[in-house]
Design a protein. Structure first.
Length: 362
């Protein structure tokens, strides 16, 4: 009997060892390059997106150190207002870093970017899928089927200001790198990285500040701190009809793609409120301004691409705000649809319904 028991124990030990080897093998296979996952953990995807946005931001800064003649400034064409839409080495390099990094981990993940894929792969090592802040949020193990996911990428928002940044460095504050995660057409998480922003959390002199959000899960400390600092400040007194805000609505608009925003805003509040018009570049920057209370509403009346606004849409959603078209419709970020939204944008952290009624179009 003791001998039989001894044999059984040895058998159990052998089987346990084989099981451990098999498990390790499965884990290896599940993480080897080229493996196709059916479900993706949003926490891992968001963590990788944060790393990739910051890596792309470093490259964007590096390219901007070059002379204007060396950054490869090319026009992609003219906007409706007759303005050039530029692409630079910074745009392309940022795109390659983000898309190649995503492909290394999730080769079947679908994305839509402002720029086109190149043959060169900028990253040779896999981006980390662990971020301590992200992993601290509630319900962090949520998984989504890969076919339900769409990633929207703006490798370099505010390119015009980027091209002028050598001689006008104050314009570089508008530049952002953005990645947005959408599920079945709805934005659920986003990353907005400002490559040229000062960061009190970073080493002295090091530039770059990142804001991320995950709706119903959590936001980055940078978002929490900015939102908290706005509470109670004069900048946070959102304009209400006859209420706080001193009777003035702060409308933030594009400095280069204004359209008729100025006249639309003035007519909307004529005889009721004053309008303070804030001109700024980059949809990402304008979304941050609304999120952190330096503007009451972001109004855009001309066509805009969805990669420009997806991450900002996710940020506002995480903070309780709203972004819609001027028709009051939510933007659909499903892939395969037209990436252009021709119905304008109305975005506000508070009182979105009020502003929408003022700016609504049929």
């Amino acid at each position: 009997m003791p001998a039989e028991l001894h044999v059984n124990r040895r058998m159990v030990a052998v089987l346990a060892s084989l099981g451990a080897v098999l498990l390790l093998g499965l884990l290896y296979v599940a993480r080897r390059p080229g493996y196709v996952e059916e479900e993706i953990k949003i926490s891992e995807l968001l963590s990788a997106s944060i790393f990739l946005a910051e890596s792309a931001g470093s490259k964007v800064r590096e390219v901007r150190e070059l002379k204007d003649s060396e950054i490869g400034q090319l026009s992609k064409g003219l906007t409706k207002e007759g303005k050039n839409e530029y692409v630079t080495v910074g745009d392309s390099a940022s795109h390659e870093i983000i898309t190649s990094g995503l492909r290394l981990v999730w080769p079947n993940l679908r994305y839509q970017s402002e720029e086109n894929d190149e043959e060169d792969v900028s990253l040779t090592s896999r981006p980390p899928t662990f971020n301590s802040e992200v992993m601290a949020v509630k319900h962090r193990n949520e998984k989504v089927r890969v076919e339900d996911l769409a990633i929207w990428i703006d490798p370099l928002d505010a390119t015009q200001e980027y091209t002028e940044g050598k001689t006008h460095p104050e314009l570089l504050e508008y530049v952002t790198v953005m990645i947005c995660i959408a599920v079945k057409g709805t934005p659920i998480a986003g990353v907005i990285h400002q490559p040229f922003a000062e960061n009190s959390r970073a080493a002295k002199g090091k530039l770059g500040k990142t804001y991320w959000s995950w709706i119903d899960h959590g936001v980055s400390k940078t978002v929490s701190e900015e939102a908290q600092s706005a509470v109670g400040s004069t900048a946070a007194k959102f304009s209400l009809p006859g209420g706080e805000g001193g009777g003035t609505v702060r409308v933030i608009m594009s400095r280069s793609h204004k359209g008729d925003v100025s006249s639309v805003a003035e007519v909307a509040f004529q005889g009721e409120k004053g309008v303070s018009k804030i001109e700024a570049a980059g949809a990402g920057y304008k979304s941050l301004a609304v999120a952190f209370g330096t503007a009451d509403v972001y109004l855009h009346t001309t066509a805009i691409k969805k990669w420009d606004v997806c991450a900002g849409d996710a940020l506002l959603g995480a903070l309780g705000g709203t972004m819609t078209t001027r028709k009051g419709e939510e933007l659909d970020y499903s892939l395969g649809r037209d990436p252009k939204n021709s119905d304008g944008i109305v975005a506000a952290l508070k009182n979105h319904d009020y502003y929408l009624e003022k700016f609504r179009t049929p």
